[in-house]
Design a binder for this molecule. Structure first.
Ligand code: UGA
Length: 434
Protein backbone atom coordinates (compact mmCIF):
# COMPACT_ATOMS: atom_id res chain seq x y z
CA UNK A 1 0.00 0.00 0.00
CA UNK A 2 1.08 3.61 -0.44
CA UNK A 3 1.50 5.55 2.78
CA UNK A 4 2.86 8.94 3.85
CA UNK A 5 4.03 10.08 7.26
CA UNK A 6 3.96 13.73 8.24
CA UNK A 7 6.76 14.11 10.78
CA UNK A 8 10.01 12.14 10.60
CA UNK A 9 10.86 12.38 14.28
CA UNK A 10 11.19 9.34 16.46
CA UNK A 11 7.75 7.76 15.93
CA UNK A 12 7.36 8.82 12.28
CA UNK A 13 10.80 7.60 11.29
CA UNK A 14 10.62 4.24 13.07
CA UNK A 15 7.00 3.53 12.06
CA UNK A 16 7.58 4.62 8.46
CA UNK A 17 10.76 2.57 8.16
CA UNK A 18 9.17 -0.56 9.60
CA UNK A 19 6.02 -0.24 7.47
CA UNK A 20 8.30 -0.10 4.41
CA UNK A 21 10.15 -3.13 5.74
CA UNK A 22 6.90 -5.12 5.86
CA UNK A 23 6.17 -4.30 2.24
CA UNK A 24 4.53 -0.88 1.91
CA UNK A 25 5.68 2.11 -0.11
CA UNK A 26 6.35 4.86 2.41
CA UNK A 27 7.25 8.53 2.14
CA UNK A 28 8.23 10.31 5.34
CA UNK A 29 7.79 14.07 5.18
CA UNK A 30 9.63 16.58 7.34
CA UNK A 31 10.02 20.34 7.06
CA UNK A 32 13.70 20.17 8.06
CA UNK A 33 15.38 20.04 4.63
CA UNK A 34 18.85 19.14 5.89
CA UNK A 35 17.45 16.26 7.97
CA UNK A 36 15.54 15.00 4.91
CA UNK A 37 18.69 15.18 2.75
CA UNK A 38 20.66 13.22 5.34
CA UNK A 39 17.91 10.62 5.74
CA UNK A 40 17.84 10.08 1.97
CA UNK A 41 21.57 9.29 2.22
CA UNK A 42 20.81 6.79 4.99
CA UNK A 43 22.11 9.00 7.83
CA UNK A 44 19.92 8.49 10.90
CA UNK A 45 19.56 11.44 13.29
CA UNK A 46 18.72 9.28 16.34
CA UNK A 47 20.34 6.35 18.09
CA UNK A 48 18.04 3.35 17.72
CA UNK A 49 19.47 -0.18 17.42
CA UNK A 50 18.56 -1.80 14.08
CA UNK A 51 16.97 1.30 12.51
CA UNK A 52 19.85 2.27 10.22
CA UNK A 53 19.88 -1.14 8.55
CA UNK A 54 16.14 -1.04 7.86
CA UNK A 55 16.32 2.50 6.47
CA UNK A 56 19.27 1.50 4.23
CA UNK A 57 17.51 -1.61 2.89
CA UNK A 58 14.33 0.19 2.07
CA UNK A 59 15.99 3.27 0.57
CA UNK A 60 17.82 0.87 -1.70
CA UNK A 61 14.78 -1.11 -2.75
CA UNK A 62 12.90 2.20 -3.17
CA UNK A 63 10.09 1.38 -0.73
CA UNK A 64 11.13 4.28 1.51
CA UNK A 65 12.01 7.89 0.81
CA UNK A 66 12.06 11.23 2.61
CA UNK A 67 10.62 14.47 1.29
CA UNK A 68 10.10 18.07 2.32
CA UNK A 69 7.26 18.85 -0.05
CA UNK A 70 3.92 17.72 1.32
CA UNK A 71 1.86 18.33 -1.81
CA UNK A 72 3.71 15.85 -4.03
CA UNK A 73 4.35 13.42 -1.20
CA UNK A 74 0.72 12.66 -0.41
CA UNK A 75 -0.48 12.23 -4.00
CA UNK A 76 -1.90 8.75 -4.57
CA UNK A 77 -1.43 7.73 -0.92
CA UNK A 78 -4.18 5.68 0.70
CA UNK A 79 -3.26 6.66 4.24
CA UNK A 80 -1.54 9.74 5.59
CA UNK A 81 -0.13 9.26 9.08
CA UNK A 82 0.41 12.24 11.37
CA UNK A 83 3.41 11.63 13.61
CA UNK A 84 4.37 15.10 14.80
CA UNK A 85 5.22 15.85 18.41
CA UNK A 86 2.66 16.81 21.05
CA UNK A 87 4.75 18.44 23.80
CA UNK A 88 3.43 19.52 27.19
CA UNK A 89 2.06 23.05 27.32
CA UNK A 90 2.95 25.11 30.42
CA UNK A 91 -0.26 23.98 32.21
CA UNK A 92 0.48 20.28 31.59
CA UNK A 93 -2.03 19.89 28.76
CA UNK A 94 -0.88 18.46 25.43
CA UNK A 95 0.08 21.12 22.90
CA UNK A 96 -1.67 20.12 19.66
CA UNK A 97 -0.40 23.01 17.53
CA UNK A 98 1.86 20.77 15.39
CA UNK A 99 -1.00 18.33 14.81
CA UNK A 100 -3.35 21.07 13.65
CA UNK A 101 -0.60 22.71 11.57
CA UNK A 102 -0.19 19.37 9.78
CA UNK A 103 -3.96 19.07 9.24
CA UNK A 104 -4.08 22.65 7.91
CA UNK A 105 -1.34 21.89 5.41
CA UNK A 106 -3.05 18.67 4.38
CA UNK A 107 -6.54 19.98 3.93
CA UNK A 108 -5.77 21.74 0.63
CA UNK A 109 -4.41 18.55 -0.89
CA UNK A 110 -6.69 15.76 0.33
CA UNK A 111 -8.61 13.55 -2.08
CA UNK A 112 -11.90 12.05 -0.81
CA UNK A 113 -10.75 8.44 -0.25
CA UNK A 114 -7.55 9.24 1.61
CA UNK A 115 -7.65 8.53 5.33
CA UNK A 116 -5.80 10.49 8.01
CA UNK A 117 -4.20 8.37 10.71
CA UNK A 118 -3.21 10.03 13.99
CA UNK A 119 -0.08 8.27 15.28
CA UNK A 120 0.99 11.08 17.63
CA UNK A 121 -0.08 10.69 21.25
CA UNK A 122 -3.10 13.00 21.55
CA UNK A 123 -5.69 13.58 24.27
CA UNK A 124 -8.88 11.52 23.98
CA UNK A 125 -11.35 13.33 21.75
CA UNK A 126 -8.72 14.78 19.40
CA UNK A 127 -9.49 12.44 16.48
CA UNK A 128 -13.19 13.27 16.73
CA UNK A 129 -12.42 16.99 16.93
CA UNK A 130 -10.20 16.78 13.85
CA UNK A 131 -12.95 14.92 11.99
CA UNK A 132 -15.40 17.74 12.83
CA UNK A 133 -12.80 20.38 11.95
CA UNK A 134 -12.44 18.83 8.48
CA UNK A 135 -16.19 18.45 8.07
CA UNK A 136 -16.70 22.15 8.71
CA UNK A 137 -14.50 22.76 5.68
CA UNK A 138 -16.54 20.35 3.61
CA UNK A 139 -14.00 17.49 3.83
CA UNK A 140 -15.28 14.03 4.66
CA UNK A 141 -11.95 12.22 4.92
CA UNK A 142 -12.01 9.64 7.68
CA UNK A 143 -9.78 10.14 10.69
CA UNK A 144 -8.29 7.06 12.39
CA UNK A 145 -6.63 7.02 15.81
CA UNK A 146 -3.78 4.50 15.80
CA UNK A 147 -1.55 5.08 18.83
CA UNK A 148 1.97 3.71 18.96
CA UNK A 149 3.39 1.62 21.82
CA UNK A 150 7.03 1.28 20.87
CA UNK A 151 9.79 1.88 23.38
CA UNK A 152 12.95 3.79 22.54
CA UNK A 153 15.88 1.42 22.32
CA UNK A 154 13.60 -1.51 21.46
CA UNK A 155 11.48 0.24 18.84
CA UNK A 156 12.02 -2.06 15.88
CA UNK A 157 11.19 -5.23 17.81
CA UNK A 158 8.22 -3.50 19.46
CA UNK A 159 6.82 -2.42 16.09
CA UNK A 160 7.39 -5.81 14.45
CA UNK A 161 6.02 -7.83 17.37
CA UNK A 162 3.60 -5.59 19.25
CA UNK A 163 1.45 -6.86 22.11
CA UNK A 164 -1.47 -5.32 20.24
CA UNK A 165 -2.44 -2.90 17.49
CA UNK A 166 -5.11 -0.36 18.43
CA UNK A 167 -7.31 1.07 15.70
CA UNK A 168 -9.93 3.69 16.51
CA UNK A 169 -12.20 4.49 13.58
CA UNK A 170 -15.81 5.38 13.09
CA UNK A 171 -16.12 4.00 9.55
CA UNK A 172 -15.49 0.56 8.08
CA UNK A 173 -13.68 1.92 4.99
CA UNK A 174 -10.95 3.34 7.21
CA UNK A 175 -10.80 0.19 9.37
CA UNK A 176 -10.35 -1.93 6.21
CA UNK A 177 -7.43 0.20 5.01
CA UNK A 178 -5.82 -0.09 8.46
CA UNK A 179 -6.30 -3.88 8.45
CA UNK A 180 -4.52 -4.05 5.10
CA UNK A 181 -1.66 -1.89 6.35
CA UNK A 182 -1.10 -4.16 9.36
CA UNK A 183 -1.96 -7.41 7.52
CA UNK A 184 1.61 -8.83 7.72
CA UNK A 185 1.50 -8.44 11.52
CA UNK A 186 -2.13 -9.55 11.95
CA UNK A 187 -1.35 -12.67 9.87
CA UNK A 188 1.43 -13.48 12.37
CA UNK A 189 -1.19 -13.50 15.15
CA UNK A 190 -0.83 -9.97 16.57
CA UNK A 191 -4.06 -8.98 18.32
CA UNK A 192 -5.95 -5.99 16.99
CA UNK A 193 -8.31 -3.86 19.06
CA UNK A 194 -10.96 -2.14 16.91
CA UNK A 195 -12.74 0.64 18.75
CA UNK A 196 -13.84 4.24 18.41
CA UNK A 197 -11.31 7.07 18.09
CA UNK A 198 -11.65 8.39 21.62
CA UNK A 199 -11.23 4.99 23.27
CA UNK A 200 -8.16 4.28 21.11
CA UNK A 201 -6.61 7.56 22.24
CA UNK A 202 -7.43 6.83 25.87
CA UNK A 203 -5.90 3.32 25.61
CA UNK A 204 -2.57 4.97 24.82
CA UNK A 205 -2.71 7.41 27.75
CA UNK A 206 -4.02 4.76 30.12
CA UNK A 207 -1.25 2.31 29.13
CA UNK A 208 1.54 4.83 29.67
CA UNK A 209 -0.03 6.09 32.89
CA UNK A 210 -0.48 2.59 34.28
CA UNK A 211 3.17 1.75 33.55
CA UNK A 212 4.26 5.01 35.19
CA UNK A 213 2.16 4.11 38.27
CA UNK A 214 3.86 0.68 38.39
CA UNK A 215 7.31 2.30 38.38
CA UNK A 216 6.40 4.89 41.02
CA UNK A 217 4.94 2.06 43.12
CA UNK A 218 8.02 -0.14 42.91
CA UNK A 219 10.27 2.83 43.68
CA UNK A 220 8.28 3.50 46.87
CA UNK A 221 8.55 -0.21 47.73
CA UNK A 222 12.33 0.17 47.34
CA UNK A 223 12.29 2.91 49.98
CA UNK A 224 10.44 0.60 52.36
CA UNK A 225 12.89 -2.21 51.60
CA UNK A 226 15.78 0.05 52.58
CA UNK A 227 14.07 0.95 55.86
CA UNK A 228 13.30 -2.61 56.94
CA UNK A 229 16.25 -4.48 55.37
CA UNK A 230 14.25 -6.23 52.69
CA UNK A 231 15.37 -6.78 49.09
CA UNK A 232 13.65 -4.94 46.22
CA UNK A 233 14.95 -7.25 43.48
CA UNK A 234 13.47 -10.30 45.21
CA UNK A 235 10.30 -8.34 45.92
CA UNK A 236 9.87 -7.37 42.23
CA UNK A 237 10.47 -10.95 41.20
CA UNK A 238 8.09 -12.23 43.85
CA UNK A 239 5.18 -9.99 42.93
CA UNK A 240 5.90 -10.11 39.19
CA UNK A 241 5.33 -13.87 39.11
CA UNK A 242 1.67 -13.17 39.83
CA UNK A 243 0.32 -12.99 36.27
CA UNK A 244 -2.30 -10.49 37.42
CA UNK A 245 0.56 -8.11 38.24
CA UNK A 246 3.07 -9.12 35.55
CA UNK A 247 6.84 -8.81 35.75
CA UNK A 248 7.40 -5.88 33.37
CA UNK A 249 8.15 -2.28 34.36
CA UNK A 250 8.83 -3.32 37.94
CA UNK A 251 12.47 -2.32 38.11
CA UNK A 252 13.26 0.19 40.83
CA UNK A 253 15.53 3.06 39.81
CA UNK A 254 15.99 6.82 39.92
CA UNK A 255 12.46 7.52 38.64
CA UNK A 256 10.84 7.41 35.22
CA UNK A 257 11.75 9.90 32.52
CA UNK A 258 11.79 10.24 28.75
CA UNK A 259 9.60 12.02 26.26
CA UNK A 260 6.47 10.00 27.04
CA UNK A 261 5.61 9.00 30.62
CA UNK A 262 6.19 12.40 32.28
CA UNK A 263 4.33 14.24 29.51
CA UNK A 264 1.46 11.77 29.16
CA UNK A 265 0.77 11.44 32.86
CA UNK A 266 0.67 15.24 33.15
CA UNK A 267 -1.75 15.40 30.22
CA UNK A 268 -4.09 12.78 31.66
CA UNK A 269 -4.03 14.47 35.08
CA UNK A 270 -4.82 17.78 33.37
CA UNK A 271 -7.64 16.18 31.39
CA UNK A 272 -9.12 14.52 34.48
CA UNK A 273 -9.04 17.83 36.34
CA UNK A 274 -10.72 19.68 33.51
CA UNK A 275 -13.46 17.03 33.49
CA UNK A 276 -13.94 17.72 37.19
CA UNK A 277 -12.71 14.18 37.93
CA UNK A 278 -9.29 14.94 39.45
CA UNK A 279 -7.15 11.80 39.42
CA UNK A 280 -5.71 11.14 42.85
CA UNK A 281 -3.58 8.29 41.47
CA UNK A 282 -2.06 10.30 38.60
CA UNK A 283 -1.32 13.29 40.79
CA UNK A 284 0.29 11.09 43.43
CA UNK A 285 2.40 9.39 40.76
CA UNK A 286 3.62 12.73 39.41
CA UNK A 287 4.49 13.86 42.95
CA UNK A 288 6.14 10.54 43.82
CA UNK A 289 8.34 10.65 40.71
CA UNK A 290 9.29 14.26 41.35
CA UNK A 291 10.21 13.47 44.96
CA UNK A 292 12.25 10.50 43.76
CA UNK A 293 15.00 12.70 42.27
CA UNK A 294 15.37 14.58 45.54
CA UNK A 295 15.51 11.29 47.47
CA UNK A 296 18.24 10.09 45.12
CA UNK A 297 20.22 13.29 45.71
CA UNK A 298 19.89 12.88 49.49
CA UNK A 299 21.10 9.30 49.16
CA UNK A 300 24.13 10.40 47.12
CA UNK A 301 24.95 13.27 49.48
CA UNK A 302 24.69 11.00 52.55
CA UNK A 303 26.92 8.39 50.91
CA UNK A 304 29.51 11.04 50.06
CA UNK A 305 29.56 13.03 53.26
CA UNK A 306 27.57 11.26 55.96
CA UNK A 307 25.72 13.62 58.30
CA UNK A 308 27.60 16.76 57.21
CA UNK A 309 25.83 16.78 53.84
CA UNK A 310 28.47 18.93 52.23
CA UNK A 311 29.41 17.82 48.76
CA UNK A 312 30.96 21.10 47.59
CA UNK A 313 34.02 20.23 45.53
CA UNK A 314 33.42 16.48 45.70
CA UNK A 315 34.05 14.96 42.28
CA UNK A 316 31.33 12.68 40.97
CA UNK A 317 31.92 10.35 38.06
CA UNK A 318 28.44 10.19 36.54
CA UNK A 319 27.83 7.16 34.31
CA UNK A 320 24.77 7.64 32.13
CA UNK A 321 22.92 10.73 30.97
CA UNK A 322 20.09 9.32 28.87
CA UNK A 323 16.69 8.54 30.38
CA UNK A 324 17.38 4.84 29.90
CA UNK A 325 19.85 2.65 28.03
CA UNK A 326 20.08 2.17 24.25
CA UNK A 327 19.00 5.65 23.29
CA UNK A 328 20.63 9.06 22.89
CA UNK A 329 17.50 10.74 24.27
CA UNK A 330 18.00 12.89 27.36
CA UNK A 331 14.52 14.44 27.48
CA UNK A 332 13.23 14.49 31.09
CA UNK A 333 16.10 12.19 31.97
CA UNK A 334 16.29 11.50 35.71
CA UNK A 335 20.08 11.42 35.27
CA UNK A 336 20.15 15.02 34.05
CA UNK A 337 17.71 16.20 36.72
CA UNK A 338 19.74 14.55 39.49
CA UNK A 339 22.98 16.03 38.15
CA UNK A 340 21.41 19.51 38.08
CA UNK A 341 20.52 19.15 41.77
CA UNK A 342 24.04 17.94 42.58
CA UNK A 343 25.48 20.94 40.71
CA UNK A 344 23.34 23.25 42.85
CA UNK A 345 25.17 21.71 45.80
CA UNK A 346 28.47 22.64 44.13
CA UNK A 347 29.65 19.15 43.27
CA UNK A 348 32.08 18.73 40.39
CA UNK A 349 30.62 16.39 37.78
CA UNK A 350 32.53 14.37 35.19
CA UNK A 351 30.07 12.47 33.03
CA UNK A 352 30.28 9.70 30.49
CA UNK A 353 27.49 8.27 28.36
CA UNK A 354 27.88 5.92 25.37
CA UNK A 355 25.41 7.90 23.20
CA UNK A 356 23.83 10.80 25.08
CA UNK A 357 26.66 13.30 25.68
CA UNK A 358 26.01 15.48 22.62
CA UNK A 359 22.35 15.94 23.54
CA UNK A 360 23.18 16.40 27.23
CA UNK A 361 25.70 19.16 26.44
CA UNK A 362 22.88 21.26 24.99
CA UNK A 363 20.96 21.30 28.27
CA UNK A 364 23.76 20.81 30.77
CA UNK A 365 26.84 22.65 29.50
CA UNK A 366 28.16 23.26 33.05
CA UNK A 367 29.56 19.77 33.62
CA UNK A 368 32.67 18.03 32.25
CA UNK A 369 32.20 15.37 29.58
CA UNK A 370 34.58 12.43 29.45
CA UNK A 371 35.26 10.20 26.44
CA UNK A 372 35.54 6.97 28.44
CA UNK A 373 34.62 5.50 31.82
CA UNK A 374 38.30 5.64 32.73
CA UNK A 375 38.55 9.37 32.04
CA UNK A 376 35.39 10.07 34.01
CA UNK A 377 36.57 8.01 36.99
CA UNK A 378 39.94 9.74 37.47
CA UNK A 379 40.12 11.36 40.94
CA UNK A 380 36.41 10.79 41.59
CA UNK A 381 35.01 10.66 45.12
CA UNK A 382 32.31 8.33 43.84
CA UNK A 383 31.13 6.53 40.73
CA UNK A 384 27.44 7.18 40.26
CA UNK A 385 25.49 4.91 37.89
CA UNK A 386 22.44 6.67 36.51
CA UNK A 387 21.57 4.69 33.36
CA UNK A 388 21.55 0.93 32.87
CA UNK A 389 23.85 0.78 29.81
CA UNK A 390 25.33 -2.70 29.27
CA UNK A 391 28.75 -1.06 28.96
CA UNK A 392 28.45 -0.09 32.64
CA UNK A 393 27.42 -3.53 33.88
CA UNK A 394 30.11 -5.22 31.73
CA UNK A 395 32.86 -2.86 32.88
CA UNK A 396 35.48 -4.16 35.33
CA UNK A 397 35.59 -1.53 38.08
CA UNK A 398 38.81 -3.13 39.32
CA UNK A 399 40.41 -1.30 36.35
CA UNK A 400 39.69 2.11 37.87
CA UNK A 401 40.22 1.23 41.54
CA UNK A 402 43.63 2.89 41.54
CA UNK A 403 42.38 5.97 39.63
CA UNK A 404 39.51 7.02 41.89
CA UNK A 405 40.03 9.10 45.01
CA UNK A 406 37.44 7.19 47.08
CA UNK A 407 36.27 3.68 46.36
CA UNK A 408 32.54 4.30 46.44
CA UNK A 409 29.99 3.16 43.86
CA UNK A 410 26.37 4.33 44.00
CA UNK A 411 24.32 2.22 41.63
CA UNK A 412 20.89 3.78 41.07
CA UNK A 413 19.97 1.08 38.53
CA UNK A 414 21.02 -2.02 40.48
CA UNK A 415 23.07 -3.33 37.58
CA UNK A 416 26.32 -4.35 39.27
CA UNK A 417 27.29 -7.54 41.06
CA UNK A 418 27.44 -6.36 44.67
CA UNK A 419 29.72 -9.16 45.89
CA UNK A 420 32.26 -8.61 43.11
CA UNK A 421 32.33 -4.86 43.67
CA UNK A 422 32.79 -5.26 47.43
CA UNK A 423 35.61 -7.77 46.85
CA UNK A 424 37.31 -5.12 44.71
CA UNK A 425 37.40 -2.93 47.81
CA UNK A 426 34.53 -0.58 47.03
CA UNK A 427 31.77 0.60 49.30
CA UNK A 428 28.64 -0.21 47.29
CA UNK A 429 25.27 1.50 47.64
CA UNK A 430 22.29 0.62 45.52
CA UNK A 431 18.50 0.86 45.47
CA UNK A 432 16.22 -1.04 47.81
CA UNK A 433 18.86 -3.43 49.12
CA UNK A 434 21.07 -2.81 52.15
C1 UGA B 1 7.16 4.32 26.79
C2 UGA B 1 6.27 3.08 26.72
O1 UGA B 1 6.93 1.98 27.36
C3 UGA B 1 5.97 2.71 25.26
O2 UGA B 1 5.06 1.61 25.22
C4 UGA B 1 5.33 3.92 24.57
O3 UGA B 1 5.08 3.66 23.20
C5 UGA B 1 6.27 5.11 24.68
O4 UGA B 1 6.53 5.39 26.08
C6 UGA B 1 5.60 6.29 24.03
O5 UGA B 1 4.57 6.75 24.52
O6 UGA B 1 6.03 6.70 22.93
P1 UGA B 1 9.79 4.79 26.49
O7 UGA B 1 9.50 6.16 26.98
O8 UGA B 1 10.63 4.58 25.29
O9 UGA B 1 8.41 4.00 26.19
O10 UGA B 1 10.52 4.02 27.68
P2 UGA B 1 10.25 2.92 28.79
O11 UGA B 1 11.09 1.76 28.51
O12 UGA B 1 8.80 2.68 29.02
O13 UGA B 1 10.87 3.67 30.07
C7 UGA B 1 10.36 4.92 30.53
C8 UGA B 1 11.07 5.33 31.80
O14 UGA B 1 10.74 4.44 32.87
C9 UGA B 1 12.59 5.30 31.70
O15 UGA B 1 13.13 6.40 32.40
C10 UGA B 1 12.98 4.00 32.37
O16 UGA B 1 14.27 3.99 32.91
C11 UGA B 1 11.93 3.91 33.46
N1 UGA B 1 11.66 2.53 33.89
C12 UGA B 1 11.14 1.64 33.03
C13 UGA B 1 11.94 2.16 35.19
O17 UGA B 1 12.43 2.97 36.03
N2 UGA B 1 11.67 0.89 35.59
C14 UGA B 1 11.13 -0.03 34.75
O18 UGA B 1 10.89 -1.19 35.18
C15 UGA B 1 10.87 0.36 33.43
Amino acid sequence: MKISFIGSGYVGLVSGAVLSEIGHEVTCIDNDASKVAKLNMGKIPIYEPGLEEIVHNNLQNKRLNFQVDLQTSIKGREAIFIAVSTPSASDGSADLSYVYAAIDQLKQELLPDQIIVIKSTVPPGTGKNIQEYLQKMGLNNEVVSNPEFLREGAAIADFMNPDRIVIGASASHAAEIMKNIYKPLIDKGVKCVFTDNTTAELIKYASNSFLAVKIAFINEMANICEDINANIEDLSYGIGLDTRIGNKHLKAGPGFGGSCFPKDILAIAYMAKSLNEPSIIMEATIASNEKRKHLMVEKIVRALDGQNCNIANKTICALGLTFKADTDDVRSSPAIEILKLLLERKARIKAYDPAGSANAKLILPEIEYAATILDAAKDANCILILTEWKEFSDFDYGDVASLVKDKLIIDLRNILDKNKIIKQGYRYINIGIN
